[in-house]
Design a binder for this molecule. Structure first.
Ligand SMILES: *Cc1c(COP(=O)(O)O)cnc(C)c1O
Length: 349
């Protein structure tokens, strides 16, 4: 397998991991019942209940935008609002889908510290107004690991869920990189979700090694009422569901979900370590998951692109995001680090 085309623009530039490929191939034997009535879907749901040590309700969707939007729409009425981080994927990268699927529930953005909501920032938004004219806060949505590669510690999650209880808010977790958070903290999925007060988790499969697919787990089962109808109405009920659920069996029964997340995290740490001593390089955030955010001189960014590297630049001037994935090759990380070093040095003139 050639790795010299590996890029760091996104963790979804990667392909499908062998465990998932193999499970899909096992599922591809003859005929099976459709629309989730099959043995693979039942097994995947059971694996989730085992992994999370609780009897949660499990649903499958094609992507994270659908999973988040439908989960949020199940937690709100149209006149409600959702408190989220200013940099939350639901706010900046879902094209208004959370508002659309909830028939207008408004997202209210809160201040963050290292990409994380805090009890204070939630209080600030929730208690700004109490009158009939303000969209009534009903949900807090947080992202674990965050969009900038940091993770919430369990104590931070518990403090937020305590705030949610005081303010009568549900707690939703966007876990597009939940596996990376578990690997980073060395804690169980249960400890980082329902034991910390999370009502609903969207667990990302795509960035964890699947071709496509996210799981929606309701720990608060009452909130899952009629959720299957929301999925169907939104075009998220796969008729050949087994190909959306079997990959999870492959990831969960082998432990690949955690192994690959840990690998991606290690690669990100390696990249950070390899470039940290370059004076012009500024690591923008602590590297706690699989992303490295770097401030580099603009000429170096341009020169990196000139050498064929792909990456996104988003926060602030000169910031670049490098994401590692389940299959990132260490050699490629070293090449990138070396190119950054060379091009920054050249830029000094
Ligand atoms: C990738 C990602 C998603 C899912 O995005 P889709 O493209 O809709 O699958 C959701 N949340 C976060 C934080 C992500 O990084």
């Amino acid at each position: 397998m050639s790795t010299n085309n590996q890029q760091f623009a996104s963790d979804n530039y990667s392909g499908i991991c062998p465990e998932v490929w193999e499970a899909m191939s096992r599922a591809n034997q003859g005929h099976e019942r459709a629309y989730g009535d099959d043995q693979w879907t039942a097994r995947a749901a059971d694996h989730f209940r085992q992994l999370f040590e609780t009897d949660c309700e499990v649903f499958f969707a094609f992507n994270g935008t659908a999973a988040n939007s439908l989960a949020l729409s199940a937690l709100c009425q149209s006149y409600h609002s959702v408190i989220c981080a200013d940099i939350a994927h639901v706010e900046t990268d879902e094209c208004g889908a959370p508002e659309f699927f909830s028939n207008g529930s408004k997202l209210l953005v809160a201040r963050t510290e290292e990409g994380k909501l805090t009890p204070a920032s939630i209080h600030e938004i929730a208690q700004k107004r109490q009158d009939i004219h303000y969209p009534k806060p009903r949900v807090v949505s947080l992202t674990q690991a965050t969009e900038i590669g940091t993770v919430y510690q369990p104590a931070e999650l518990r403090a937020i869920s305590q705030t949610c209880k005081e303010l009568n808010l549900h707690l939703h977790m966007d876990g597009a990189r939940f596996a990376n958070a578990c690997a980073s903290l060395g804690l169980s999925p249960a400890e980082l979700s329902w034991k910390a007060g999370v009502d609903v988790l969207c667990f990302g499969g795509t960035k964890n090694g699947m071709a496509v697919g996210e799981a929606i787990l309701f720990f608060n089962r009452a909130l899952a009422e009629d959720f299957e109808y929301r999925c169907k109405q939104a075009g998220q009920l796969a008729s050949k569901m087994r190909f959306l659920s079997a990959p999870w069996v492959g990831l969960l029964e082998t432990g690949a979900w955690l192994k690959y997340a840990a690998h991606a995290n290690r690669c990100a740490r390696l990249l950070a370590e390899l470039i940290d001593d370059i004076p012009e390089v500024e690591l923008m955030f602590p590297v706690q998951a699989n992303g490295v955010f770097v401030k580099l001189p603009p000429v170096a960014l341009e020169a990196l692109r000139g050498r064929g590297w792909m990456f996104y630049t988003f926060i602030g001037v000169g910031g670049a995001r490098f994401m590692c994935s389940w299959d990132t090759c260490e050699q490629r990380v070293r090449q990138l680090a070396q190119d950054i070093r060379e091009l920054v040095e050249q830029g000094r003139g």
